[in-house]
Design a binder for this molecule. Structure first.
Ligand SMILES: *Cc1c(COP(=O)(O)O)cnc(C)c1O
Length: 225
């Protein structure tokens, strides 16, 4: 079957989206299933369809689901929500990736948590790409300093950047700016291979710009709550 062929119509949303992401990205982008406010059983159902990477926003909610899903050894957990300092060590110990690292202060606790689990923690720097005063993330001009600090922190493995562009502005332009920042970082540092951007409403544009993770909730599970 051609790689461009989408899964047929009666397949599940997950199978369709995975095929679409695979096809649009020529295999360079993965689907992160955003399971915040979804049940452990909903995650289990997607796991049965082959989905392995799940994104959660809240540490405590994720820990509850991890306990209910402890029999599934190959789940990959990504924290995509804002990270509170007092949860950083626990998060580092219980997640495989953290997409929302946005300040130096977090690094000692993340390092300690990664050491607790005796594995390197995959880290993305969240970038405030639209320069909004109220949002999380570092400004583009501050990426280099945070990146250098992460590179010098034991047990952390810097993989790239993450952004949540303002949907009211021009997400495609924001995605292009992110791709530029990513290229600059990858030229300077080893191991930079990931770019997390794009959600249900805009993931094709993110993939076109070079996303390696699209974070999709609504289009996968339906509306939350
Ligand atoms: C909720 C959330 C998503 C998923 O958004 P959808 O529009 O439901 O696909 C992606 N990224 C982050 C950071 C989120 O909080």
């Amino acid at each position: 079957m051609s790689g461009l062929q989408f899964a047929h119509a009666q397949s599940s949303p997950c199978a369709r989206l995975r095929a679409q992401v695979e096809s649009l990205s020529a295999g360079r982008c993965r689907l992160l299933a955003v399971s915040k406010l979804q049940s452990a059983e909903a995650i289990r159902a997607l796991h049965a369809e082959g989905q392995r990477a799940f994104g959660e926003n809240y540490v405590q909610e994720a820990l509850t689901k991890q306990a209910l899903l402890a029999d599934l050894a190959d789940l990959e957990w990504h924290l995509i929500g804002p990270l509170q300092s007092n949860k950083a060590r626990l998060a580092a110990a219980r997640f495989d990736w953290i997409h929302s690292v946005d300040r130096l202060r977090l690094l000692p606790a993340l390092s300690a948590g990664a050491q607790d689990r005796a594995r390197a923690l995959n880290v993305l720097i969240q970038v405030n790409v639209d320069d909004e005063a109220s949002k999380h993330g570092v400004l583009p001009a501050a990426v280099d300093d945070l990146a250098d600090a992460i590179m010098h922190t034991p047990h952390l493995r810097l993989r790239g950047l993450m952004a949540i562009p303002d949907p009211a502005r021009d997400p495609a332009a924001a995605f292009a700016r992110m791709a530029g920042l990513q290229r600059t970082l990858a030229e300077r540092l080893e191991g930079i291979d990931s770019l997390s951007m794009g959600m249900s409403a805009d993931f094709p544009a993110a993939i076109a710009a070079g996303a390696t993770w699209v974070r999709i909730g609504t289009a996968l599970f339906g509306k939350r709550g």
